[in-house]
Design a protein around this ligand. Structure first.
Ligand code: NAD
Length: 412
């Protein structure tokens, strides 16, 4: 009998992505997997039931999806142990999705107690071999693009310079703060729209990347030597350095029509880099898109989940921008999952959770009735490398969130 890969409709508020697309069904069926999709699962992303059926998936109701899943694919693995969905799952099921293992440790513990295995997409190691499975990057790419489109839509100005009989319009000045995956895509998109783009990142090695996509790297008299760890991620600045950075950037912010902020330090809340005083200095009609809103925001005036106007400046604090481009975000995410499954399923369609593989061990949260991820067990307060869930302290949350889960991704 084939292993059943099941895909439910997402129920997280505002989540319009779907974990599997019809195109990705083809890859799974080729790997001898049977695919069951909840009726309407892809509707919000523009994928009809019939498209899944045409690729060899079977459409079923929600109860059947959860009850038959050997592997359950989700965007948001929101594990509520009290939910009927959770009760229906087979104890041997493998769940794969953004699981927020540190933000919801109690749910992880319950899943583990039931025997369920959990792979958290936030934790896929960011190594070259795992690039095709790196869902943080695929979704950040989309977010970087859409942030610019949202800014252009909210701006009372157009981006390109125009010289016409009716007069000359200056190109929009766009400033991107934080040049990781999302930031680089934001720069490229703003350039394609005709904006004049500058960018800053505390990692000095980013300068060349910024220039290679046609933007100016803003030089700030800030000592950023050692700002990156050996995995290539930014380290947190001291409070003094952060304050100095905010002061130095304020002039560039004030002169910009659009500011896109993406600055993040794994394991920490987003650094506050744009104080209210800097927003006050911006021209009315300017726009800030704060891609760090989900982690608290880079701008002091950002209200996560909302668009607000402060001092005449529109500040967009959307916390799930990839969901606003659900068809393409889902397509990339589904490909990430298909590549991950290809790593775990052999030619006969049999599943192997190979903990000797660093991609699997890096992202496996619980397996065989135990919480197995060392960083997760550490946060749960256990000393042993793997613990039975019975030992998980009730107050293990320690304010952890997906932010911290990102830090677990490991070295590149
Ligand atoms: P991220 O989301 O953790 O952070 C976004 C950016 O914010 C980073 O570039 C960081 O340096 C920057 N930042 C942090 N503090 C800042 C501050 N005070 N001021 C300005 N900028 C600040 O980053 P990410 O998008 O996940 O990528 C981090 C790095 O990892 C990038 O170099 C990226 O290219 C690389 N990466 C490599 C792989 C791979 O090799 N498989 C995969 C993904 C990302």
């Amino acid at each position: 009998m084939s292993i059943i890969v099941a895909v439910p409709r997402e129920t997280f508020p505002g989540e319009s992505r779907v974990a599997l697309t019809p195109a990705a069904v083809t890859a799974l069926v080729k790997n001898k997997l049977a695919v069951v999709v909840e009726s309407g699962a892809g509707a919000a992303a523009g994928y009809a039931d019939a498209s899944y059926e045409a690729k060899g998936a079977r459409i079923a109701d929600r109860g059947e999806v959860f009850a038959t899943a050997d592997i359950l694919l989700q965007v948001r693995c929101t594990l509520s142990p009290q939910s009927p969905d959770f009760q229906l799952l087979k104890p041997s099921a493998l769940l794969i999705g953004f699981c927020d293992p540190l933000g919801t440790p109690a749910a992880v513990a319950e899943a583990s107690k039931k025997g369920i295995s959990l792979i958290s997409m936030e934790l896929i190691p960011r190594i070259t071999r795992a690039q095709a499975m790196d869902a943080l990057s695929s979704q950040a790419n989309i977010a970087g693009y859409k942030a610019v489109v949202m800014a252009a839509n909210a701006s009372p100005k157009i981006f390109p310079m125009l010289m016409t009989a009716a007069g000359t319009l200056q190109a929009a000045r766009v400033f991107v703060v934080g040049v990781g995956v999302a930031g680089l895509q934001a720069i490229s998109t703003a350039r394609r729209l005709g904006g004049v783009v500058s960018a800053f990142d505390v990692r000095p090695e980013v300068k060349e990347q910024v220039q290679s996509v046609g933007a100016k790297f803003v030089e700030l008299p800030l000592d950023t030597a050692g700002a990156a760890d050996k995995g290539g991620y930014a380290k947190a600045l001291s409070a003094d350095q952060q304050k100095k950075q905010a002061e130095l950037m304020a002039k560039v912010v004030a002169e910009s029509d659009v500011v896109i902020t993406t600055a993040a330090v794994p394991g920490r809340p987003a650094p506050k880099l744009i104080p209210a005083s800097a927003v006050e200095r911006m021209q009315p009609g300017s726009v800030i898109v704060d891609l760090a809103a989900e982690r608290g925001g880079n701008c002091e005036l950002t209200e996560p989940g909302k668009t607000v106007v402060k001092h005449g400046v529109t500040i967009i604090g959307h916390t799930n921008i990839p969901a606003t481009v659900a068809q393409h975000s889902s397509a990339m995410y589904a490909n990430n999952l298909a590549k991950l499954l290809a790593l775990m399923v052999n030619k006969e369609g049999a599943l192997k959770i190979d903990q000797a593989d660093e991609v699997i061990s890096g992202s496996l949260v619980c397996h065989g009735g135990k919480v197995v991820h060392p960083r997760v067990t550490e946060v749960l307060g256990a000393k042993a490398p793997a613990i039975g869930v019975g030992a998980v302290p009730a107050a293990a949350a320690v304010g952890a969130s997906r932010v911290e889960a990102v830090a677990i991704g490991g070295a590149r």
